[in-house]
Design a protein around this ligand. Sequence first.
Ligand SMILES: Nc1nc2c(c(=O)[nH]1)N[C@H]1C(S)=C(S)[C@@H](COP(=O)(O)O)O[C@H]1N2
Ligand SMILES: [Mo]
Length: 326
Amino acid sequence: MLTRSIPNWEISDSEATPEADFLNRRELCKTIAAGSILTAGSLPLIGAGAASATTPEARSSRLYPAKRNEAYKLDRKVTSEKIATTYNNFYEFGSHKNIWKAAQKLQTRPWTVIIDGMVEKEQKVDIDTLLRSMPLEERLYRHRCVEAWAIAVPWTGFSMKSLLDYARPIAGAKYVVMETFNDKKIAPGQRQIWYPWPYREAITIEEAANELSMIGTGAYGKVMPKQNGAPLRLVVPWKYGFKQIKSIVRFTFTDKRPKSFWEQIQPREYGFWANVNPKVDHPRWSQATEKLLGTGKRVPTQLYNGYAEQVAGLYIEIQKKEKIFF
Ligand SMILES: Nc1nc2c(c(=O)[nH]1)N[C@H]1C(S)=C(S)[C@@H](COP(=O)(O)O)O[C@H]1N2
Ligand SMILES: [Mo]
């Protein structure tokens, strides 16, 4: 069970929030203040009888644990559930890591997913209908944040490929754009107008069709915790964490590359591709090594976060054509 004590693995704020460093100090302080007011409230603890057995949300919990796909092996230990569920980036709930309590305000039912743009037929689908039609499995994946911390998580979900089959994009569609919910009443971060809400991310259709691309619906053999992006989040483990958009409400297929959330804020620091690469430093820090949360260790960063075998082929042609590739 999670507790309210400050975990000893927590890293210093200055180290933990480089993605927010572009903001001036005053705005940042306001952000943190708003976050602490919320966390001081009496929001329910995770797992503390969250939903009664009759709700759709509780019924969906019967889908877990799903069978593990043993094809995906790790070179490190799985990060403890406590760390992965209490050290999070979810700017909708604050620009610091301790948002897990504030995120319990998120209501994941009813939850409607819109599939639109360049598809055979635009549709709106209820989350539980979608979950029922998708083959769920568990995979152990590394996760690497652009801030140079890393974890390893047992995600449950379905392949992005099965979502493509469901959505049926038409010829000419090149990108899948994903959007997070937008609700200032629930997410205090969204009252901060200097951010381009809602959070938006995109990958190419080829990337989405890659065997590694998943839509996460659970973690650690259970329903996805809200702070980790319930009920649907993107999992593309060879890319930096900021691509892995949480709490998705919309998939739009298009032939135009959109500007994603962080790219709009700071294009020189957060490019479209965002593939993990030890040789391409962030303008403000090195990406050569990463901190493995919970271990006190720093280890070398691996190209494509260790998934070169599966994804390097996607980028051979693109790298020749694009001057800026990061
Ligand atoms: N909607 C939304 N999705 C998001 C973010 C966010 O702030 N908002 N942060 C991203 C970043 S920077 C990271 S590292 C991962 C963190 O996922 P985790 O908290 O499950 O480890 O979520 C990504 N998805
Ligand atoms: Mo991140």
